[in-house]
Structure formats: structure tokens, C-alpha cells
Design a protein around this ligand. Structure first.
Ligand SMILES: *Cc1c(COP(=O)(O)O)cnc(C)c1O
Length: 433
């Protein structure tokens, strides 16, 4: 299948090119030319299928023309070696727990899928090693590092700001070894991003080594997130709760909810969506006014959603042919302050016993406030609360438990290379690799 750019000024690309390049030449985001509807028989029987079986059917619709069936099946089954259960919180509200992957982040699925798809294309073309550069403020680095861990032919360099990521997050990408190199930059996140951007456009470096990004706008990272929604529907259908189903998505860059909208175009019977924002309310304002006005992000306790110019808005806009009314018909919005998020974490724990992380709390609240008569909903719990332990402990006034999987990372030996924010030093380092 071919991919076109949301900006409409770049040549059509193959899947391979879209995955290796990430962004189109005109800085637009790649979109698949076709979104194939899935047959009614699939949805009639979906509750009897496993997560992997469902995901393979969805993956085949997107990638089946470009990847042979056996390889695609291997990629899907390797990526989804864990469950994402829909857990009852109240009679009307379920939590789809996306935090059962290797780093307890929903981004694990996209990162692993992309790593395996990139590896598939490198092998097929008999091409040499590729180097992935990724700048992180915390969560993306761990998901990408673990997704690419042990994938031969690909080396990952994770650049992170010294002293600015949580100890748990730092352990998740500095203790891995193998094909993962952590680089501790004496600067802030923007310095890390600037180093990566400079590297991508440096002629000497590009002549020396093959460089690529594992950015969240990559089609191989964002499309696989649609698997979650098909599987959630299957679980809700099994419980007899799939009529008038609402999905509520804590959103930052809007990749996750965008993949769900692709699912809806394929026939997934989710009635409507709610995009839950923290104080970064650009999309919420767009729904209200029809005006999209990006602005600098503000810092919140749900920091993975601190985005002032959500990149996947371009995909949603394209998918709905810029029709504001059509977008509003499928998606409602909500926005919450840090005080409201904290209040929600406290209240949900007191009333139901369930512990939300700050991102999931936005989702829970938007659903609790937005559900209409006769509707049932699920929100996406995008991170395990222990990943935001300091914040959640302080709000609840108790110490929440750290899952074994997370604790295991903290036992590893930290290994990272110190680096200044001066590009010349980074360049010299890479040229020596
Ligand atoms: C990345 C992230 C989000 C936002 O997802 P988008 O696809 O960027 O909208 C929400 N919660 C957590 C915990 C995240 O890491």
C-alpha cells in the first residue's frame, strides 16, 4: 500500500520508505491511501478471538500487501506477548489497562512493532546496520529502548537530560546494554532534541552511518495502537456491554486516539470518542471554536500529555477532510487542571478502590462526566500509577506498590555516556562508532 503526506506536496511513498523516513519530505505525516473495512463476520465473532488473532486481522488490513503473512504474524505475536485487560471500575466505566507491556507504557506496542517491521525491511533488502537516534524526556526513551532491545542490525542511542528524568525512567533505558546506548546530556530535553535534529541533517554523519528516528509520528508506531480498541470492543462485547460504547483517550500528541479513529473507519462499532486533555487544551478549544491555535506547552502532573501542538492533529484533520462538524460528531473533548486531576485520583480511590495514574485520571473523569444515558465506556489507563509514584503517593497520602517488572529495572547497573550539549562532541562520538 502507498502512503501520502498530509501536506500533499511530497511524493507517494511505499510502506518501507514511510517507516524508514518517518516524516514526508514536505514535513507532513504519512497516511495510508486505503483504509480497508473489515467484514461483518469478523465483528460478529470477535469476542471469541485472542488479542493476537484480532491484532493480526487488523495488521493484515494495513500491512498485508507489503509484508508476507508469516513475517507479519511473527511481528504481531512477538509484539503482543501480554494482555491489556478491561477492568471494571464502576458499572458503567471500565479501565483498559495498557500498562502490562515490558516498560509498563502503552507506547511499548508501537515501539516494538516498529522495531520488528524495520528489521524486516532491512533483512529483506540485505541492507547494513541502521542507527536510531531518540531524544527523550522519560517515557518514549524507555519504550523505544526496550522495543528495539536485542533486534539485530539496529543500534539505538537514547539521549536524555541529566537529572531531569525520574530514577525509574532512567533505569529503564540505562541498564539494558546490548544494542542500546544511553547518552546523558548536560542540558534540558530541548538540547537533546537539538542534538538529534542536527545529527539528522549533518552530511559527514549521514555519509558515515545510516540514521533514522523512532518518532511517534511514524506509521509503524502509531497504527498498531489501533489493536487496543478492537480488543477492548471484543472484551466489552463478551460482557454484553458493547452497544453504545464510548472510548475515552487521555491525549497528548493524539497518536493513540487517531489510531482509534482509523479503527472506526474500518467498521469498529465504537459509538463515539472523548479526548481527555490536561491543561494543554488546544484540541478542546478547536472542538469549541473550529480554530486550531497551537501554543507552547504548559507543565502538568500528567506530563506525557504536555503537548502544545499535537502532531497527529494533521492526521485527524485529513481523515475527516477538514470538516469540523464531522470531527465534533465523533469526538468530544475535556480539559482538567492539576487540581482536578489530583481530586479525581483521590475520589476514584475512595469510591472504587481503583488507583489511576494522572493520565488515566483525566480519562476516567472525562468519561464519568461525559457518559449519557444508555452508554457504557472504557478509558485508556496509559501508564501504571507506580511510574508516577511520587505524585500519586503525595495525592493519596500512602505508598503505592511498585510492580515486580518495574522493580527489576531498578536492580540493573546504570551505564550511560556523559555528553555536553555541544553538537561537535556528539558528532565526534558518533563518527567513532
Ligand atoms: C504518550 C502518552 C500519552 C499521550 O498519548 P498520545 O498518543 O501522544 O496522545 C498519554 N499517557 C501516557 C502515559 C503517555 O506516555
Amino acid at each position: 500500500m502507498n502512503y501520502y503526506s498530509t501536506n500533499g506536496k511530497a511524493p507517494i511513498a511505499s510502506l518501507e520508505k514511510a517507516v524508514v523516513k518517518g516524516l514526508a519530505e514536505d514535513k507532513g505525516l504519512y497516511m495510508p491511501e486505503n483504509i480497508k473495512p473489515l467484514p461483518k463476520s469478523f465483528f460478529d465473532n470477535i469476542e471469541n478471538l485472542s488479542f493476537q488473532e484480532i491484532a493480526y486481522t487488523v495488521a493484515d488490513a494495513f500491512f498485508g500487501e507489503d509484508v508476507d503473512a508469516e513475517s507479519l504474524k511473527n511481528i504481531v505475536y512477538d509484539t503482543l506477548a501480554f494482555d491489556v485487560p478491561a477492568v471494571k471500575v464502576t458499572d458503567k466505566i471500565y479501565s483498559l489497562e495498557l500498562f502490562h507491556g515490558p516498560t509498563l507504557a502503552f507506547k511499548d506496542v508501537g515501539a516494538r512493532f516498529m522495531a520488528r517491521l524495520l528489521q524486516y525491511f532491512l533483512k529483506k533488502e540485505g541492507k547494513g546496520n541502521v542507527n536510531v537516534l531518540v531524544a527523550t524526556s522519560g517515557d518514549t526513551g524507555s519504550a523505544v529502548a526496550n522495543g528495539f532491545l536485542g533486534v539485530d542490525g539496529i543500534h539505538v542511542y537514547v539521549l536524555y537530560p541529566k537529572g531531569k528524568v525520574s530514577p525509574i525512567q532512567e533505569c529503564q533505558f540505562t541498564t539494558l546494554g546490548q544494542n542500546i546506548t544511553a547518552i546523558e546530556v548536560d542540558g534540558v530535553f530541548d538540547d537533546c532534541q537539538a542534538l538529534v535534529k542536527s545529527a539528522f541533517i549533518d552530511d559527514d554523519l549521514n555519509a558515515h552511518m545510516k540514521l533514522t528516528s523512532a518518532n511517534s509520528i511514524n506509521v509503524a508506531r502509531f497504527l498498531p495502537q489501533s489493536f487496543y480498541y478492537f480488543y477492548a470492543y471484543a472484551q466489552m462485547k463478551k460482557k454484553g456491554l458493547a452497544d453504545n460504547l464510548v472510548a475515552c483517550v487521555p491525549s497528548g500528541n493524539f497518536g493513540n486516539i487517531c489510531s482509534a479513529l482509523f479503527g472506526k473507519k474500518m467498521g469498529l462499532p465504537i459509538k463515539r470518542f472523548i479526548a481527555a486533555n490536561n491543561a494543554n487544551d488546544i484540541f478542546f478549544k478547536y472542538l469549541q471554536t473550529g480554530q486550531y491555535n497551537p501554543k507552547p506547552s504548559v507543565q502538568t502532573i500528567a506530563n506525557a500529555m504536555d503537548v502544545g501542538d499535537p502532531s497527529n492533529f494533521a492526521r485527524i484533520y485529513n481523515l475527516y477532510k477538514k470538516d469540523h462538524a464531522a470531527i465534533c460528531a465523533d469526538i468530544a473533548g475535556a480539559t482538567y487542571s492539576d487540581e482536578q486531576i489530583a481530586e479525581t485520583i483521590k475520589q476514584v480511590k475512595a469510591e472504587t478502590g481503583y488507583v489511576c495514574d494522572p493520565h488515566g485520571a483525566c480519562g476516567y473523569r472525562a468519561l464519568a462526566e461525559g457518559l449519557k444515558d444508555g452508554e457504557t465506556g472504557f478509558f485508556l489507563e496509559t501508564a501504571h500509577p507506580a511510574k508516577f509514584k511520587d505524585t500519586v503517593d503525595k495525592i493519596l497520602g500512602e505508598s503505592i506498590e511498585i510492580p515486580a517488572k518495574l522493580a527489576a529495572f531498578m536492580k540493573g547497573q546504570k551505564q550511560s555516556i556523559p555528553m555536553s550539549k555541544d553538537f561537535q562532541e556528539f558528532k565526534t562520538f558518533l563518527l567513532a562508532q
